[in-house]
Design a protein around this ligand. Structure first.
Ligand SMILES: Cc1cc2nc3c(=O)[nH]c(=O)nc-3n(C[C@H](O)[C@H](O)[C@H](O)COP(=O)(O)O)c2cc1C
Ligand code: SF4
Length: 594
C-alpha cells in the first residue's frame, strides 16, 4: 500500500529527479513525514543516492524526517512580528494547547515551533499552519485556531476569515496603477519585433528589482547571444528577505502580467521552458497561479505556437521552495530547482551562460518581469519619466513596523525616507532598516537619504522602528536570522554568523565586555570579506551599522572588565555538585586530584 502510493506520487512528477523537492513535499503531505523507508524507495525509483535525499531533507526547514504534529504551527519570529506580539501569541498557543515551543504534544495532534519571516510583516504576528498562512494573530484568533485544532477540523474547512489576508496596496504608480490586458505585451512584441522590443526595454532603463539592480535588458541580451539547445526563464519568487512582501501581492493580483513578462523574455532569449520558483511560505498562492497558467494555455498565451506564431513555444511550471532563505540567491535557486541542496554556485560562470541544467538561463525577480511587460505595452517613457538618472522608474516598497498604514507603496526612485515616513503615518521614528537585514540601517539624522541604486538600494523591504525600540534587540534578532539561514558551505559564514550571534547574546545578557565589542567588529569584517556569497557578505551589516549608530546601547550592557566569562562557573558547577552529592566548594578539583 505504502509502496504503491510512493510510486504513484513519483509517477505524478514524471519520476524526474530535478523535481525532488516537490516530490518530497508531496510524500510528506501524504505520510506526515519522510521515513527511512520512504527515502529508500524514492531513491530507488528516481535512481539517485539515498544520501542525496537525506542531505536535501536536512537542508530545507520545511522537510522533516521525524513526525510532527497533525497540525504543525510555525510562528514567525521575524523582528516585526516580534514587535507586534509574537511572544504573547506563542505563550497563548502553548498555554491553551498545553505544549512547549519546539515540541510535539504527547497525543501527536499538534506541534509548535518558530520560523523566519512568513512574508506578512504588514499584518503580523503571522503563523504557517500546515503550510498555510494565518495572519493578524491576537488572543481571540489564537482561541479560534486552538478550538478548530482540538475539534480536528481540517484546515480546508476553517472559516474563510481566518485564512484571509489583505494585499494592503496603499500607493499606486506606473506598475500598480493598472494591470495590462492578458496578451497585450505579447502582441506588442510581435508587432514591433525582437530587436525593437529590446531597444524599448533598454531605453526604459529597467534594472532588476531583486536587489542588485543589474540592467534587465543586458541580462536578456547576454543570454540570447549564447548558443545552446535550450534556454530557460526563471521567475525568482522566493522573497525571503525579512520585511519584504511585494512579490506576494504582485503574484496575488498581477500574476498574469508577471507571466506575460516571462513569456516576453522567453521569446527574446529563445526559451521554451520557464519556472516560477515560489517560496514555500506562499503555498496559498499555488493553486491560483496554476489556474492562471492553465487559463493562459487555453487562450494560447502559453503552450505551443503562442498567438498562432509557429515556433513560439513556451510553458511554465511552478516549483515550490521549502523554507531556505538562501534559495533566493540565484545560483542557490538553480541548485534547488535541480532538486539539490540550495548551496550557491561558484560564479562565474553566471546563469546567463550556465544556468538551469547548465544551460543559458535568465533569472529575474517577480517585479522585474511585471515591469518589463508593462513597459512593452505602455512604452519606455511612461516608465522612466520618473526616477533619477541612474535609477529610472519606480520601486515597490513593503512597509512594515511602527507606522499607522503598513503595506505596499509604489514610489519613484529618488523619494526620501522622510516623505515615505510621513505617507505611511510613522512618528517618533528612531531608524529604518532599508533592504531588510542585509540592507542598511538609516537613523533619524539621515532621513533625507533617497531610495535609489546610487544611495539606498533595496529589494523592497522597509522596516520602521520608533524610539521605544531597542537597536541592540533588533541587531540580535537579525544575527539569529543569519546564523540560522547560513547554508553552511563556507567557514567564514557558517562559523562567523554563529559567533556573532553568540557574542551578541552574551552582550544582551549583560555578560559582555569591551573585548567582546572589539571582537564583534573584527568578526563582522572577516565574515563580510571572506564569505562565498551575498548572504555572508551582508550578514553582519546590521551589527556593524548598529555599533556605529547606537554604541551607547552596547556600552550600557557591557561590564567594565576587558574580559568577562560567558558563563557563571560557580552556578554552572552547582548542578554537578548536587548530583554527585559533593557540595563542598573544592569537590571537583579534589576528585580530579585524587
Ligand atoms: C542571500 C540572497 C537572497 C536573495 N533573495 C532574493 C529573492 O528572494 N528574490 C529575488 O528576486 N532576488 C533575490 N536575491 C537576488 C538574486 O540572487 C538575483 O540577483 C535576482 O533574482 C536577479 O533578479 P533581478 O535582476 O530581477 O533583480 C538574493 C540574493 C542573495 C545573495
Ligand atoms: S556565505 Fe553563507 S550562505 Fe553563502 S555559501 Fe557561504 S555559508 Fe552558504
Amino acid at each position: 500500500m505504502m509502496e504503491t502510493k510512493i510510486s504513484t506520487i513519483i509517477d505524478e512528477h514524471a519520476a524526474d529527479p530535478t523535481r525532488l523537492i516537490d516530490i518530497l513535499q508531496a510524500l510528506q503531505n501524504h505520510f506526515g513525514f519522510l521515513s527511512t523507508q520512504t527515502v529508500e524507495q524514492t531513491a530507488r525509483l528516481l535512481n539517485i543516492p539515498r544520501s542525496q535525499i537525506h542531505s536535501v531533507i536536512e537542508f530545507y526547514s520545511f522537510l522533516h524526517s521525524e513526525p510532527v504534529g497533525t497540525y504543525r504551527i510555525l510562528l514567525s519570529d521575524c523582528i516585526i512580528d516580534t514587535l507586534h506580539g509574537f511572544q504573547t501569541v506563542m505563550d497563548a498557543f502553548c498555554q491553551k494547547l498545553d505544549i512547549q515551543p519546539g515540541t510535539i504534544r504527547s497525543d501527536g495532534k499538534v506541534s509548535i515551533a518558530t520560523t523566519s519571516c512568513t512574508g506578512f510583516c504588514d499584518q503580523g504576528p503571522a503563523a504557517l499552519i500546515n503550510g498555510i498562512a494565518v495572519v493578524a494573530l491576537d488572543l481571540d484568533r489564537v482561541e479560534r485556531v486552538v478550538n478548530l485544532i482540538e475539534q480536528g477540523e481540517p484546515i480546508s474547512e476553517w472559516p474563510a476569515d481566518l485564512l484571509h489576508s489583505e494585499d494592503n496596496i496603499q500607493q499606486r504608480g506606473f506598475l500598480l496603477q493598472q494591470g495590462i490586458e492578458a496578451g497585450s505585451a505579447i502582441k506588442a512584441l510581435l508587432d514591433r519585433g525582437i530587436e525593437n522590443t529590446l531597444i524599448g526595454l533598454e531605453q526604459s532603463g529597467l534594472r532588476g528589482c531583486g536587489g542588485a539592480g543589474f540592467p534587465t535588458v543586458n541580462k536578456w541580451r547576454f543570454c540570447r547571444q549564447v548558443e545552446a539547445d535550450a534556454h530557460y526563464v526563471v521567475c525568482n519568487a522566493d522573497e525571503g528577505e525579512p520585511g519584504t512582501f511585494k512579490d506576494r501581492v504582485l503574484l496575488n493580483n498581477y500574476a498574469d502580467q508577471v507571466i506575460e513578462g516571462m513569456t516576453l523574455c522567453a521569446r527574446l532569449i529563445g526559451a521554451s521552458q520557464g519556472f516560477i520558483y515560489l517560496r514555500g511560505e506562499y503555498l496559498f498562492l499555488r493553486q491560483k497561479l496554476q489556474q492562471i497558467i492553465d487559463q493562459r494555455r487555453q487562450n494560447n498565451w502559453l503552450g505551443q505556437a503562442i498567438a498562432g506564431v509557429e515556433g513560439f513555444d513556451f510553458d511554465i511550471e511552478i516549483r515550490m521552495g521549502a523554507g531556505a532563505y538562501i534559495c533566493g540567491e540565484e545560483s542557490a535557486l538553480l541548485e534547488s530547482l535541480e532538486g539539490k541542496r540550495g548551496v550557491p554556485r561558484i560564479r562565474p560562470p553566471f546563469p546567463v551562460t550556465h544556468g538551469y541544467l547548465d544551460k543559458p538561463t535568465v533569472i529575474n525577480n517577480v517585479e522585474t518581469f511585471a515591469a518589463a511587460a508593462k513597459i512593452t505595452v505602455a512604452g519606455a517613457q511612461s516608465y522612466n519619466q520618473v526616477g533619477t538618472e541612474d535609477s529610472p522608474g519606480s520601486r515597490l516598497l513593503s512597509i512594515s513596523g511602527d507606522c499607522a498604514r503598513p503595506g505596499i507603496y509604489e514610489y519613484p526612485f529618488g523619494t526620501t525616507i522622510e516623505k515615505i515616513l510621513i505617507d505611511c503615518g510613522a512618528s517618533h521614528t528612531r531608524c529604518v532598516q532599508v533592504g531588510g537585514p542585509s540592507g542598511t540601517l538609516v537613523t533619524n539624522t539621515d532621513f533625507q537619504r533617497q531610495i535609489s541604486f546610487e544611495d539606498l538600494p533595496t529589494g523592497g523591504s522597509f522596516m520602521i522602528f520608533n524610539d521605544s525600540r531597542d537597536p541592540l534587540a533588533i541587531a540580535t534578532n537579525f544575527a539569529h536570522f543569519f546564523a540560522h539561514e547560513s547554508c553552511g558551505f563556507c567557514t567564514p559564514c557558517r562559523v562567523g554568523t554563529t559567533l556573532v550571534k553568540n557574542t551578541l547574546d552574551k552582550v544582551v545578557n549583560g555578560l559582555g565586555s569591551e573585548n567582546d565589542l572589539a571582537e564583534l567588529k573584527k568578526l563582522s569584517h572577516l565574515v563580510k570579506a571572506y564569505s562565498h556569497c551575498g548572504l555572508g557578505q551582508t550578514a553582519t551589516n546590521p551589527v556593524m551599522d548598529s555599533l556605529t549608530h547606537f554604541p551607547e546601547y552596547y556600552q550600557a550592557k557591557v561590564k567594565d572588565q576587558a574580559f568577562t566569562p560567558a558563563i557563571d562557573l560557580e552556578q554552572a558547577l552547582q548542578q554537578a555538585r548536587t548530583l554527585t552529592g559533593r557540595a563542598d566548594a573544592d569537590a571537583h578539583l579534589e576528585q580530579f586530584n585524587e
